[in-house]
Ligand binder design. Structure first.
Ligand code: SF4
Length: 118
């Protein structure tokens, strides 16, 4: 089968980081001390063109510390459960669609982070 399995999301590319508004900024702004303000980092994030992939990266990788996508740890904690549920549902739907289209588990796995159980 030569057609691509476009419905299955490819692993996210780190290239979005090349367009990050925080490039060259003081990393300590994004990892404030306990009780410190995340507002300086949030202001940088507010003008960042890659907020969404940054936030998804942090949620998808379970990153607990720092400001990502304009959200501090506490903000992301509230989002994480719903993000994981939605992501798993999208993945399962894409895999089911690819399987219904006749793709093998190996072909689907080759185009996604999902791998068949052995
Ligand atoms: S959203 Fe904020 S932390 Fe993420 S890349 Fe942009 S500036 Fe950096």
């Amino acid at each position: 089968m030569s057609a691509e399995v476009r419905a299955v999301p490819a692993p996210s590319s780190p290239r979005w980081q090349e367009r990050a508004a925080c490039r060259g900024a003081d990393p300590e702004l994004f990892f404030p001390e306990r009780g410190g303000s995340a507002d300086p980092a949030r202001r940088i994030c507010a003008r960042c063109p890659v907020r969404q992939p940054c936030l998804e990266y942090a949620l998808g990788h379970g990153i607990r510390y720092g400001v990502w996508g304009g959200l501090a740890e506490r903000d992301r904690r509230e989002l994480r459960a719903s993000y994981l549920t939605a992501t798993r549902q999208q993945r399962d739907e894409a895999i089911a669609a690819a399987a219904a289209a006749g793709y093998t588990k190996a072909a689907i796995g080759a185009r996604s982070a999902w791998r068949p159980r052995r």
